[in-house]
Design a protein around this ligand. Sequence first.
Ligand SMILES: [Zn+2]
Length: 160
Amino acid sequence: MKNIPTSEELRARIREVFRLVPRPEYANIVEHSCPECDELREDLAQLGQYEVPNDVLDYHRNDLSLFSPEALRYFLPAYLIYSIEKPDSDLTEYVIFFLCSYRFATSEWKNRVRIFSESEKEMVCLYLHYLQSQTASRGYMTYLRKGEETWCRVKQGPGG
Ligand SMILES: [Zn+2]
């Protein structure tokens, strides 16, 4: 495994790599209208990607799948940064389940990954590697490895 950055280094790199991601239009924060999606949109509409308070992230810890692809790309780094600060949090568990979901193999969910640049995907990949090195997330190793298939460059084996 590659060298694992410290918590501080990784948070700084994520912040830097995602800082130019365009803000999604108000109407495009979520793709659906229901009380749950509307609440997520209202809570985040006025906030920059790194201005979301931890209690708001925590409240919406299970809502990553409600974001449009553009809003996911914009707000995911805030979730990653919170999670790196608190690897034993409930939010971390939800972020792992989301990023490592089998649903990313479906055509509908592939769109959510395609919008990320290579360097942004590399940050998500590094996050998965970082968690594998943390005692708090040892129990999620199978998920974290599965997530690599979505977010990490596939290494070509000999003859592959
Ligand atoms: Zn909805």
